[in-house]
Write a protein that binds this ligand. Structure first.
Ligand code: ASP
Length: 339
């Protein structure tokens, strides 16, 4: 909670990032019935809302930063990268970037991925000592013939590209880890406050889409554990013809259902972003023997027309949405209504 208050007050006290002018939908597309590219399904939304930024959790400053990039004529890829960097630099957020909670051995390791409007993808997994892994993922995408770099190789590549080496373990996260070590209980905790992974999707005024996702993963994970966040189709998927989706929560469950890819494919078949997010959550909770009462997963999605959706297993998942000059934190609807 402290972290979220910090972000809110930082936004209010004016880091110079207020989005002051209207970012309006394309005039020529107003009132036009929109057809989804692959199916020909006519959307009910007659006014495409662009530009638009959506991100997991209470991340107003990150979303505002991304919106500002779009407002200033920056690319949609720059927007999601710059937005995610805000959370990576926020030491108070304990599951992204600097200040992330460490693995069980006390090492902070970060995962991130990014996708552009051409369907290109870059990712880094299990990276120590580098704060802005979202930018490193972009470098993998743009400056190598590969899509993923892991561990020491990714770190070495970072130094080659001029990234700074820094200790990511803050005093607060070290203290939390030392307290955890007393009992060393290793179980994925049902999320209320434990996941703050940022997944961000943005559309510019032309309708081009990019996405990014960055995390320190599960607190006190086994050394070497990687979740959904840096995996294409798991924590993030973007198809510029259709839309994008991103995930937060217990990555193992997202990966087993290829959640973000599933959502985009459901939208391709004509489902709205909201319907697609709900179906992806159902795929997890309705499995025989699903243990869903004990973990959280949340999804966000956007389609080419700027319609958005969000859904989680449990209460308290929220997302920030920037559209039509407003940047709001919104509570997501959720599956498990039993208390
Ligand atoms: N999805 C992330 C992971 O499993 C965790 C999170 O969302 O906090 O690594």
């Amino acid at each position: 909670m402290k972290r979220r208050k910090f972000i809110q007050s930082a936004a209010l006290t004016g880091l110079g990032l207020t989005v002051g002018t209207a970012l309006t939908a394309c005039e020529d597309e107003k009132n036009a019935a929109v057809k989804t590219a692959a199916t020909g399904t006519t959307s009910t939304n007659t006014k495409p809302v662009r530009p638009l930024v959506i991100a997991t959790w209470n991340t107003p400053l990150a979303v505002e930063t991304a919106a500002k990039v779009l407002q200033n004529g920056g690319s949609v890829l720059d927007a999601v990268e710059q937005g995610c960097r805000i959370e990576e630099a926020n030491e108070k957020g304990q599951s992204v970037g600097k200040g992330g909670l460490p693995d069980r051995d006390g090492n902070v390791t970060l995962d991130a991925c990014i996708m552009d409007k051409h369907g290109n993808y870059g990712a880094v997994l299990g990276v120590k000592n580098i704060m802005h892994v979202i930018s490193l993922a972009r470098k993998v995408m743009e400056d190598t013939p590969h899509v993923m770099l892991v561990g020491e190789g990714a770190e070495k590549f970072a130094y080659e590209k001029g990234f700074k080496k820094e200790d990511l373990l803050t005093e607060a996260s070290k203290k939390a880890w030392e307290e955890w070590k007393v009992k060393s209980e290793y179980k994925p905790i049902i999320n209320i406050e434990n996941h703050d992974t940022i997944g961000m999707l943005a559309i510019d005024k032309n309708g081009d889409i990019s996405g990014a996702c960055t995390t320190s993963g599960l607190a006190y994970k086994m050394a070497g554990r990687v979740g959904d966040s840096p995996i294409i189709g798991g924590g993030l998927f973007v198809d510029n013809e259709i839309g994008g989706a991103s995930a937060t929560g217990l990555g193992e469950e997202v990966l087993k259902t290829v959640g973000s890819f599933l959502i985009v494919e459901l939208m391709r078949q004509g489902k709205s972003p909201q319907e697609a997010c709900e179906e992806a959550i159902r795929r997890i909770v309705e499995k025989p023997n699903s243990d869903f009462k004990n973990f959280q997963v949340g999804y966000i999605a956007v389609n080419k027309q700027g319609e958005t959706g969000a859904y989680s297993i449990h209460e308290y998942f929220s997302y920030n949405l920037y559209k039509e000059k407003e940047n709001k934190n919104i509570q997501s609807d959720f599956y498990n209504k039993t208390k």
